[in-house]
Design a protein around this ligand. Structure first.
Ligand code: NDP
Ligand code: MG
Ligand code: MG
Length: 340
């Protein structure tokens, strides 16, 4: 089994002596900056003028234009949306990195797919929390943490690995487990996971179940509860105790149905599609398509997004959730953007 590291395995001194610039204050940025500060590290936030800047200032941070924050810092964590990182990097980050500084990322996409080519005289590492930014913050406040992967792309000072580990400790991940990876492995597994399982796989599975029931004439409300609402309750059991815990809690009838029908929904053909998705991630085909989609101002992304928001499951869900006040309100629109 790979070695998972915890608080006791990590030296904090290497990062305590340094100033960290957190660039961006969205989903990950706010969580990193606040957790690092509360863990005793010295943080400055780099931003353009705007909403995030006001939020970071209200949270008590020194907020500087990205170029100035980078100039002041020894370690620069880039927490901008992946599709904007290259432009900000070229304009404001690269010219202000000194030899022996470190540049860091929470996802390997731009470095792995050559959109950012860091200079040869800086350390380059990643600390990728395996969870949404708002939970990186919430679990830290609750005394826990979200696990992280860390990886070193370039080590010029000899300290890159220790820096990455201390950074992971600072955001709370050493409470949950920190595991070594490479930029390649993090990038490819992250893209595959979100496409095939966590995001694409899950939303398509829920919609397909909902549509099958409503097309057969069942009430949309019943279909919503069955295929979407209850998903969280099942996933909580899985999170707490694996598949075994789900199967312990459900009825034997449900468990028998799980055994005989699950493999007919997710079958060999599904796995073939998963292999295709993985191959497109590995070859850079997916990355190229997403980079070009952004350069074209997202025509397909916007069209699909508009269509998806009109799906019946979204309409009926909204009405039902209003009647369940204990279900947490969805993130506000601006928070939602940050969550991405
Ligand atoms: P968000 O979209 O939530 O946050 C973006 C932040 O960058 C905002 O504060 C925004 O400020 C700022 N920003 C955007 N453009 C610029 C610009 N041109 N100049 C200066 N600031 C700018 O990003 P995420 O937190 O989702 O993602 C950050 C990184 O973390 C990505 O690499 C992502 O892959 C990775 N990651 C994200 C996860 C998540 O949970 N979301 C999970 C794991 C990794 P403004 O208000 O001014 O727009
Ligand atoms: Mg991702
Ligand atoms: Mg049931």
């Amino acid at each position: 089994m790979s070695k998972v590291l915890y608080e006791k395995d990590i030296q904090k001194e290497v990062l305590q002596a340094k100033k960290v610039a957190v660039v961006g204050y969205g989903s990950q940025g706010h969580a990193h900056a606040l957790n690092l500060r509360e863990s005793g590290y010295d943080v400055v936030v780099g931003l353009r003028p705007g909403k995030s800047q006001q939020k970071a200032e209200a949270d008590g941070f020194q907020v500087l234009p990205v170029a100035d924050a980078v100039k002041q810092a020894d370690v620069v964590m880039v927490l901008l949306p992946d599709e904007h990182q290259t432009a900000v990097y070229e304009e404001s980050i690269k010219p202000n990195l000194d030899a022996g500084n470190a540049i860091a990322f929470a996802h390997g996409f731009n470095v792995h797919f050559s959109q950012i080519v860091p200079p040869s005289d800086v350390d380059v590492f990643l600390v990728a929390p395996k969870g949404p930014g708002h939970l990186v913050r919430r679990t830290y406040e609750d005394g826990g943490g979200v696990p992280s992967l860390y990886g070193v792309y370039q080590d010029v000072t000899g300290d890159a690995k220790e820096l990455a580990l201390a950074y992971a400790q600072g955001i709370g991940s050493a409470r949950a487990g920190v595991l070594e990876t490479s930029f390649q492995e993090e990038t490819e597994t992250d893209l595959f996971g979100e496409q095939a399982v966590l995001c694409g796989g899950l939303t398509s599975l829920v919609k397909a179940g909902f549509e099958t029931l409503t097309n057969a004439g069942y009430q949309p409300e019943v279909a919503y509860f069955e295929c979407l609402h209850e998903m969280k309750l099942i996933v909580d059991l899985m999170y707490e105790g694996g598949l075994e815990n789900v199967r312990y809690s459900i009825s034997d009838t449900a468990q028998w149905g799980d055994f005989v029908s699950g493999p007919r929904v997710v079958n060999d053909e599904t796995k073939e599609r998963m292999k295709e998705i993985l191959a497109e991630v590995q070859s850079g085909e997916f990355a190229k398509g997403w980079i070009l989609e952004n350069q074209a101002n997202r025509p397909q992304y916007n069209a699909i997004n508009a269509k998806e928001s009109k799906h019946q499951i979204e309409q009926v869900g909204k009405e039902l959730r209003e009647l369940m006040p204990f279900v947490k309100q969805p993130l506000q629109k601006d928070e939602k953007n940050e969550q991405k």
